[in-house]
Design a binder for this molecule. Structure first.
Ligand code: HEC
Ligand code: HEC
Length: 298
């Protein structure tokens, strides 16, 4: 009896181990795919030259060069292309999104990324099959309807900012500061300063993608990656952090806007706990001395 239970358990263990191996071998990484979607050439270390060939089929978006090769530039941070945020404004190309393609097979999407449906939609010169599979895995498993989280008209986020604060403080604050002002993303450029709060309010879709997939080329944790330093967050948790990030300041107050160097995070905070302990210790000591004097006097 005992032996058969042990045997069954061993079998179950072996089968689940095999399953994990098979799944890991087949599926690409949605998290890495999301970063490739953001800026694939930064992730794979390529430098595409000229404009993406399909760029010439539109004239509304006047950017040129590397920007024209980013998936997000044609298909949008909200994955909806012309049907979403990039349906108007300076990023408008009129190109479709990838949202509808999420029901396709990974193989079909990889084929489309090798020019299978349009010869000019070919990324195989710079990206490997593994890269393209990561992109396709991102599209088929991680692309969601952002309208359920971000109101496309008002940019308001459906999330609980209080829950988001706890997650932000434990996950993001170490690098970006509790107020999100520690890193200016536009430092060293001639553009105005940009912080977590700025991105959260101006382009919550971009922040949504970056919280889940990470920042290309940077050691920023990615919530679609279960092995990242913070593990993976549910969509609700991502929404909560988005909602909280929208409450963060969008610029440094006049007095603190002077530093051009990155301020060191944390160092300026008062050491509350050690100070408290020291004061409590002194108080106890004082009390003890007082009692001794009282006893001696009586
Ligand atoms: C210069 C603009 C541009 C860029 C950059 C671009 N695409 Fe596309 N994409 C298009 C256009 C236009 C289509 C419409 C169908 C076609 O012509 O292939 C399309 C179609 C697609 C489709 C749907 C294919 C199908 O069979 O329905 C997917 C998926 C897709 N792109 C993913 C990506 C990914 C991932 C990247 C980044 C590696 C990317 N695209 C980069 C313009 C672009
Ligand atoms: C380990 C450090 C680290 C952590 C933790 C971290 N980030 Fe970042 N993040 C970075 C770095 C580095 C950059 C790139 C800065 C630059 O390009 O100037 C960045 C970039 C960003 C950007 C700017 C993207 C852009 O290009 O406009 C945003 C927004 C952002 N992070 C938000 C977050 C949020 C929200 C969290 C928590 C979920 C987080 N980060 C956690 C290091 C970190």
């Amino acid at each position: 009896m005992r032996r058969s239970i042990a045997l069954a358990l061993t079998l179950m263990f072996v089968v689940s181990l095999l399953l994990v191996v098979v799944v890991a071998a087949q599926g690409g990484s949605a998290q890495r795919g999301g970063q490739l979607y953001d800026n694939w050439f930064k992730v794979v270390g390529a430098s595409p030259t000229g404009n993406m060939p399909l760029w010439a089929t539109q004239s509304t978006n006047t950017r040129s060069g590397e920007d024209t090769w980013r998936c997000k530039e044609c298909h949008g941070w909200d994955y909806k292309g012309v049907d979403g945020v990039y349906g108007s404004g300076s990023h408008k190309t009129g190109f479709p999104g990838v949202y509808a393609a999420r029901t396709k097979s990974v193989d079909d999407i990889v084929a489309a990324l090798k020019g299978g449906t349009n010869a000019d939609h070919d990324f195989s010169a710079d990206m490997s099959d593994a890269d393209l599979t990561d992109l396709a895995t991102f599209i088929t498993t991680a692309v969601v309807d952002t309208d359920l989280i971000i109101d496309p008209a008002t940019k308001a986020v459906k999330g609980n900012a209080t829950d988001g604060k706890a997650l932000y403080d434990s996950t993001c604050a170490a690098c970006h500061g509790a107020d999100g002002l520690a890193i200016d993303f536009h430092a060293g450029t001639d553009e105005g300063p940009e912080f977590v709060g700025t991105v959260a309010n101006e382009n919550p879709w971009e922040l949504f993608n970056k919280i889940r997939s990470g920042q290309p080329g940077e050691a920023m944790p990615a919530q679609l990656d279960p092995s990242s330093m913070t593990g993976s967050w549910t969509l609700d948790e991502v929404s909560d952090v988005l909602a909280y990030a929208q409450t963060l300041p969008e610029e440094r107050a006049a007095a603190t806007s002077a530093p051009t160097e990155l301020p060191t995070t944390g160092g300026s905070e008062l050491p509350v706990l050690p100070l408290g302990l020291a004061i409590a210790g002194l108080a106890l000591l004082g009390l003890g001395l007082y009692r001794r004097t009282l006893l001696q006097n009586s």
